[in-house]
Design a protein around this ligand. Structure first.
Ligand SMILES: Nc1nc2c(ncn2[C@@H]2O[C@H](COP(=O)(O)OP(=O)(O)OP(=O)(O)O)[C@@H](O)[C@H]2O)c(=O)[nH]1
Ligand SMILES: [Mg+2]
Ligand SMILES: [Zn+2]
Length: 356
């Protein structure tokens, strides 16, 4: 392995990438730690820096899965000083976690790239569901990552429950390693931490509210990620909005994810979709991820209204409630909040990617 890439090994680089990587002269290799629309947070041996995608790249690659996502390796031209850069190319992915968005034009939505181990997280408390677990594991196998299962919140159930759930998983023929833990008492956390290998990339995925961010905060030893209490029914709230890569003290790389809805796509108006599960399900088929269901081409919700599958009255009520909750105002505030959070992330990420 060439020396210039040796320092990237700590970030997950391997001979496999070394063999296929080719960047233009003047470009160096960096890993994507977070993405916020056109803004990227990259990390290399020197630390964390911001970057944008070259216009030419955007022009040539319009499918969402062709754009860099968390975990990707990219060729970047760093500006003098190294605080910012321009991304010119995406290196080949060794593995990926992705799902297919339904609808007429099948599009692939990236969750994370170059994931060695996908940790599918379910809570023992309300979230446990073997069928859903199987669907996640199909996704993991499809993307070429190694699967693991993690059951959280063992403190909230009788000790017999996790054991029975492990039994159910095995009875379904699932052979992936299974770990159980409680973020509240810490039971099982050390065992999990010990199993994480330096230079290996772990991606945590599962429903909202199962404790993914709480666990990563525990492993980081600081409150890097926002977490939020869930309602009595265990229904999550989609606290995490961005996929982020972190480096643990032990050297393992971990990716946090927003909670996934049943393989649908999270779209605009998530906050109120809870009261309109049918619309939330339909919106998985909308062409655009941020579809507002008010006239976009390929909108599955409007399609269902037109075909009579969804009652016009019900749809109108949905729009009315959305208006009342000042959806558009909220989304602006949300956007501002996200922008601020992004600035905070850059600062906080610097802590986790210091190699001194
Ligand atoms: N009792 C108990 N509560 C937990 C445990 N793990 C997490 N929680 C709580 O569950 C709530 C949700 O945790 P988060 O870490 O925000 O969940 P998440 O999976 O990151 O959720 P999203 O970001 O929405 O996908 C928080 O109030 C946590 O304190 C656990 O092991 N036991
Ligand atoms: Mg979270
Ligand atoms: Zn729509």
């Amino acid at each position: 392995m060439q020396d210039r890439y040796a320092e990237l090994k700590e970030l997950g680089w391997s001979e496999w990438f070394e063999a296929s990587a080719e960047c233009a002269p003047g470009d160096t290799v960096a890993r994507v730690a977070a993405v916020d629309r056109e803004l990227l947070v990259l990390v290399d041996g020197a630390g964390v820096f911001r970057a944008t995608l070259a216009g030419r790249y955007l022009y040539r690659h319009e499918l969402s899965h062709e754009l860099p996502c968390v975990g990707d390796w990219v060729c970047v031209e760093k500006q003098p000083g190294g605080a910012a850069g321009v991304v010119h190319a995406l290196l080949e992915r060794r593995s990926s976690l992705r799902r297919k968005s339904s609808g007429k034009a099948v599009e692939v939505q990236m969750i994370a790239a170059n994931v060695d181990v996908a940790v599918i997280v379910q809570s023992c408390h309300y979230d446990f569901n073997v069928n859903r677990l199987e669907r996640y594991l199909v996704m993991v196998a499809d993307g070429g990552a190694e699967p693991r299962v993690l059951l959280t919140k063992t403190d909230l159930v009788d000790p017999a429950v996790p054991a029975a759930q492990v039994g159910e998983i095995r009875a379904a023929g699932i052979v992936a390693p299974i770990a159980t833990l409680s973020n509240a008492t810490g039971a099982g956390v050390d065992d999990l931490e010990r199993s994480l290998q330096p230079g290996t990339t772990y991606c945590f995925a599962g429903s909202s509210g199962v404790g993914k961010s709480t666990l990563i905060n525990r492993l980081l030893g600081r409150e890097a990620l926002d977490t939020q209490a869930v309602s009595g029914t265990g229904e999550g709230r989609h606290t995490t909005v961005r996929r982020e890569l972190f480096r643990l003290r032990g050297g393992a790389l971990v990716i946090d994810n927003p909670g996934m809805r049943e393989f649908g796509i999270l779209g605009a108006g998530d906050g109120i979709d809870g009261g309109y599960p049918d619309i939330a399900v339909l919106s998985a088929g909308c062409r655009y991820r941020d579809c507002t269901h008010t006239g976009e081409p390929g909108c599955a919700v409007l399609g269902a209204v037109r075909s009579g599958e969804l009652a016009r009255e019900h749809y109108d009520n949905y729009l009315k409630l959305r208006g009342e909750s000042e959806f558009y105002g909220m989304s602006y505030v949300e956007k501002r909040k996200k922008d601020r959070a992004f600035g905070r992330f850059i600062k906080s990420a610097k802590k986790d990617f210091r190699f001194d």
